[in-house]
Design a protein. Structure first.
Length: 394
């Protein structure tokens, strides 16, 4: 048979060399039925192995709940690679079988099966991991006191080790194996930083500051609205609050009236005029608790309800009072009006100030200038003085 094939090849080469019209170099390969059967066997082995890999499933059980995925859902790529690292895709089995056959080497079915390769799709795996993370990773919720003064219970959070899942799943999908994959995982509990029992201890008044106003006018009405919005503002350690955000939050359905406010050295009528008295009173209570605000601005002109240097102005788009809880325990602002008195007190845990006492004071340098300080005491003795600001007024 091989001699016959060689004779055919020589014949066509001679015809081409002779330049016979219409006949170029033509190569016709003859394959016996045995050769064809070998090719079919190679193709079948490749396809069967690839199909077995493609039909695998992955089952991830999280806290007893199974999540199953097919190879298509995971974006698994099944392909072939010969000894020369030439890549063939699904559907190209005949080309690979032909290439194998041409080598002239007899290969076992196991050797042919090893040509089938698996490759993980990192993007698809990432999407699966993100979905699991969104489902099972829940942050712990600290206990709080809401704007109505009600205690909100803490909630335990949960964490799923998605990195471990991704690493194991990727390793499996990058490995040619016909076995299905299954693995079980459990989430771990995350405890809140502040439990319900701890927040229940926020009952001790650690500072209190009062100022006086005329209640029976629009300015008095504004002060009452602003105080009600500040009331029950709760801050965990490290949390901050903006007084502009709080006092201008009209979700309560209330509206400020027009009243006197400072603007470029003049007194004008503006909605919310007078609410700076609430921020000023809160500033005093905050200093008495040993907390120095992140931001604080003086008024442009002196105010009647506060010494120079100890006021705190608000101006939409400009001046703000921003307070960060620098204590290691929660604090709660309570703001009340009674008659002509506005009182703001701060509650916290017992011994929140650790035996320290804080006394703000201002030194009036002139009618339009003052310096302010915070004196720190312990056991009746002054330990240090903290400089706060030097303020100038028009």
């Amino acid at each position: 048979m091989k001699s016959y094939k060689r004779l055919l090849l020589i014949l066509f080469m001679l015809l081409a060399a002779a330049g016979i019209s219409g006949i170029g170099y033509l190569y016709i390969e003859y394959r016996s039925s045995q050769d064809k059967e070998t090719l079919r066997s190679i193709q079948q082995t490749l396809s069967a192995t690839a199909d077995a890999y493609q039909n695998r499933t992955v089952t991830l059980t999280i806290d007893g709940r199974p999540h199953s995925y097919t190879m298509a859902e995971l974006g698994e790529r099944i392909y072939y690679q010969d000894a020369r690292h030439t890549t063939y895709e699904r559907g190209e089995e005949s080309s690979l079988a032909d290439a194998v056959f041409r080598t002239g080497h007899t290969m076992t079915g196991e050797e042919i099966s090893r040509m089938v390769q698996c490759e993980a799709d990192e993007k698809k795996i990432g999407a699966v991991i993100k979905n699991l993370s969104d489902t099972y990773n829940t942050p712990a919720k600290n206990s709080r006191i809401n704007s109505k003064g009600n205690l909100i219970a803490s909630e335990q959070g949960h964490r799923l080790d998605t990195e471990a899942i991704q690493t194991s799943l990727t390793a499996y999908l990058n490995k040619p194996t016909a076995d299905n994959y299954s693995a079980s995982y459990r989430t771990s509990a995350i405890e809140p930083d502040w439990s319900t029992e701890e927040v229940k201890k926020v009952t001790h008044v650690i500072s209190r500051y009062s100022t006086f106003f005329v209640p029976a006018n629009p300015r008095g009405a504004n002060i009452r609205i602003a105080a009600s919005r500040l009331d029950n503002t709760f801050l965990l350690p490290g949390e901050s609050v903006s007084f502009l955000d709080i006092l201008y939050d009209d979700s309560d359905g209330k509206s400020y009236k027009k009243s006197g406010a400072f603007f470029k050295g003049k007194v004008i009528q503006a909605e919310g005029g007078g609410i700076c008295q609430v921020s000023t009173t809160a500033y005093g209570a905050t200093l008495l608790a040993g907390i120095i605000p992140v931001k604080r601005y003086p008024h442009s002109m002196p105010v009647s309800y506060s010494p120079l240097g100890l006021d705190a102005a608000l101006s939409v788009g400009g001046k703000d009072l921003q307070i960060k809880n620098t204590l290691d325990v929660p604090i709660l602002f309570q703001a009340k009006t009674k008659g002509s008195r506005l009182t703001i007190q701060i509650k916290s845990c017992k011994n929140a100030l650790k035996g320290f006492r804080y006394r703000p004071r201002a030194e009036k340098i002139s009618d339009k200038k003052a310096k302010s300080y915070l004196d720190v005491y312990k056991k009746g003795k002054k330990k240090k003085t903290i400089f706060l600001s030097e303020d100038h007024y028009d």
